[in-house]
Write a protein that binds this ligand. Structure first.
Ligand code: SF4
Length: 168
């Protein structure tokens, strides 16, 4: 059993990220166990979204619970994976970057699942893994060879497309 991780969350600002649920999964990052944190208030509007509850302003403050989540799952995770970016505001990006740095300080990896059709943005560079691309029903998710989505892994400060690892 590990002793309680000792780090402080020092974030200033008004409305911060909310998360709806969390748990350990081996599906998001190939060959890794991830603590997946589902961020609420997604504004991407993908048609036939598979997690519509994430559109709502619903859940608990991530800032208030991040320490607790890491302590609960620390021994079972390789990666902390943020599923979504909330409203994608400047403050929320800063909040995600802040957590990313804490994760690295604790010797773990970090991942961001963005649902936007973008190239990797500068603020995302903190993350070891970045997924981009909206959900398009006719193309499927990462495990579909026809997918529009991509998962990148950072190696030697460059992002490499590792989407093919999902294909059987
Ligand atoms: S990014 Fe994900 S949660 Fe957001 S609308 Fe698209 S599928 Fe739904």
């Amino acid at each position: 059993m590990c002793s309680f991780l000792n780090f402080a969350i020092i974030l200033v600002g008004g409305v911060m990220l909310l998360y709806a649920t969390s748990g350990i999964s081996e599906l998001e990052i190939p060959n890794k166990k991830s603590l997946v944190i589902y961020i609420s208030e997604c504004k991407n509007n993908c048609k036939n979204c598979h997690t519509p509850y994430l559109h709502e302003k619903y859940g608990d403050s991530l800032k208030e619970n991040f320490n607790l989540l890491l302590n609960l799952y620390f021994n079972y995770l390789d990666v902390v994976c943020f599923m979504g970016e909330g409203k994608n505001t400047k403050e929320e990006k800063e909040e995600l970057k802040y957590y990313c740095n804490i994760i690295h300080d604790l010797g773990k990896e970090s991942a961001l699942y963005s649902g936007r059709d973008v190239d990797i943005e500068e603020w995302m560079n903190c993350f070891d893994y970045v997924k981009v691309g909206s959900y398009q029903e006719n193309k499927g998710s990462l495990s579909n060879r026809n997918t529009n989505q991509k998962l990148y892994k950072k190696e030697n400060n460059k992002y490499k497309d590792i989407t093919y690892l999902f294909w059987k």
